[in-house]
Design a protein around this ligand. Structure first.
Ligand code: SAH
Length: 499
């Protein structure tokens, strides 16, 4: 049986990249994960296949597992051996009952480790632009739960809290904002003391209300703020005016639909989220490798004069086949390598290959123009590509010399759930013509056609597919996802004229 270890892991306050590296490693090697509410689904996807995932949090209106039930589960799973991760929001020891669980494991003689997490009590204020301590303003920070065994805070509590000069951070207190403010004012805290409430801190759903102690409850109510939320009271709240970096990100509150295949969706979504966008990722296409398609060509690879790569996908699948066949980059022999676009070059370099000829214009046609002056009729070209590739490159090359075209993958449309409407978004991202075509068949694209939502396209062929549907897109400068994101940021910062 595998050795048992229970890890009490803090997952951070909600955004999936606010976990520690150690915490992530625990998830990646877990045999079983027992997790709470507010844990990002993307974090759980990091678990190895076969890892058992058990939810013990409370859905709205439902019963959550009691501490006794959780403890019983810990014993049961520990008994089966292996690595058990008890995943908790924020830090396990900050109002997360982590201490109780650790003591229980100690009593039961079950080996355990604790992995600290970024607590919402510190990160929440940070993402609202509020330092919890600040020289000359707040020399201490006090983290308080408004949720006590007796139901709430008492006058004795307020009497102790009101004279404190540091920052007060209340967890689990949104519903009691008015009582907390009244209690503190009753025991001498200034009614104009800066105060704020932050909900869903650190995520693209974050909302902040900042006010005075006296008016905070009313403002929270007016804004319709929901839990999870924290309340922050103290002079440093005023610094938010200058330090509110998060809600001032260029794509903050922008709703963006990303339609690429799964892999590209990941990169693009991540980049957009890093600038504050609310991303909905709906993969419209999938890459299906056509394994074995290169089998008869690989032994002769070194005999070709040129091998032409038109995308990073092609490079990846080509190299996978080459490795599978027992070969490596030496098989290219004297064949020169041609590439379309910087992402293709970058991908080639990952395999230790530098392209000899790179199209200066980022399209197959651009490369063709360059090759016209170079290719001789005696040359031979290998062109691995998508089964749905635009035929122009192939045709053009065939006019110049002998060409072997091999489909190494197919891009297929994915079914998409009903009810998707571009009207629900500020922008829609397209990284392939197939995704553009698929979107039109599965959703209402009126908003895109009327310019109420803006379409962004990775390059000329995707743009052409969009135009064919009456949608005028803004296009990435160099066919890369990175430049596409720059385009989106410029557009939302400066408007269409600068887009
Ligand atoms: N151990 C957790 C706290 C658990 S108690 C931590 O260290 O963060 C649950 C309370 O934490 C919620 O009621 C709320 O007050 C606060 N909270 C958790 N995540 C939050 C978030 N993303 N934004 C604001 N408050 C959050």
């Amino acid at each position: 049986m595998k050795k048992t270890m229970v890890y009490l892991v803090g997952a951070g306050p909600g955004a999936d990249d606010l976990i520690t590296l150690r915490g992530l490693e625990c998830i990646r090697h877990a045999d079983c994960i027992i997790y709470d509410r507010l844990i990002s689904a993307r974090l759980l996807e990091e678990a190895p296949s076969g890892c058992e995932k058990i939810y013990v949090g409370k859905a709205v209106g439902e019963h959550s597992a009691s501490q006794e039930e959780i403890n019983a589960l810990l014993i049961e799973k520990a008994g089966q051996g292996g690595s058990i991760v008890r995943l908790k929001g924020g830090d396990p020891y900050v109002f997360g009952r982590g201490g109780e669980e650790a003591l229980f494991l100690y009593e039961e003689n079950i080996p355990f480790q604790v992995v600290p997490g970024v607590s919402s009590s510190i990160a929440g204020p940070c993402f609202a632009g509020i330092p919890v301590t600040h020289r000359g303003m707040a020399r201490s920070v006090h983290i308080i739960t408004a949720h006590t065994k007796s139901g709430g805070l008492t006058d004795a509590d307020y009497k102790r809290l009101a004279p404190l000069e540091g920052t007060l951070v209340f967890l689990m207190g949104l519903g009691q904002t008015a009582e907390i403010a009244a209690g503190l004012i009753r025991f001498g805290m200034g009614h104009t003391c800066p105060a704020a409430a932050v909900s869903c801190a650190g995520t693209t759903e974050q909302r902040t209300v900042s006010s005075t102690l006296e008016c905070l409850a009313e403002e929270v109510e007016k804004a319709g703020l929901n839990s999870p939320a924290i309340i922050i009271i103290g002079e440093t709240v005023a610094l938010r005016e200058k330090l509110n970096f998060f809600e001032n990100l260029p794509l903050w509150n922008k709703k963006i639909l990303v339609t690429s295949d799964r892999k590209k969706n990941g990169t693009l979504s991540h980049l957009l989220e890093a600038y504050g966008a609310k991303v909905t990722a709906v993969p419209m296409t999938e890459i299906v490798p056509m394994r074995g398609s290169l089998t008869s060509y690989l032994p002769l690879l070194g005999n070709y004069s040129y091998v032409v790569f038109t995308s990073g996908n092609t490079v990846e699948l080509f190299m996978a086949e080459l490795y599978e066949a027992g070969g490596d980059v030496r098989k290219f022999g004297g064949a020169k390598i041609c590439a379309v676009g910087p992402s293709t070059c970058k991908k080639l370099l990952e395999y230790g290959l530098r392209a000899d000829i790179v199209s200066s214009i980022h399209s197959g046609e651009g490369l063709l123009d360059q090759l016209r002056g170079i290719l001789k009729t005696t040359d031979s070209v290998l062109l691995p590509q998508s089964a749905k590739a635009n035929p122009r490159l192939e045709k053009g090359l065939k006019d110049l010399c002998s060409v072997d075209v091999v489909s190494v993958y197919d891009a297929v449309r994915l079914p998409v759930a009903d009810g998707l409407s571009t009207g629900d978004f500020d922008a829609v991202m397209f990284t392939s013509s197939l995704a553009a075509e698929n979107l039109a068949t599965v959703s209402d694209t009126t908003a895109l056609k009327e310019g109420k939502a803006t379409a962004f396209s990775i390059g000329p062929s995707t743009s052409a597919a969009l135009r064919a549907q009456g949608i005028e897109p803004l296009e990435s400068g160099d066919c890369t996802v990175e430049e596409l994101v720059v385009k989106v940021i410029d557009y939302f910062t400066w408007g269409e004229s600068h887009g």
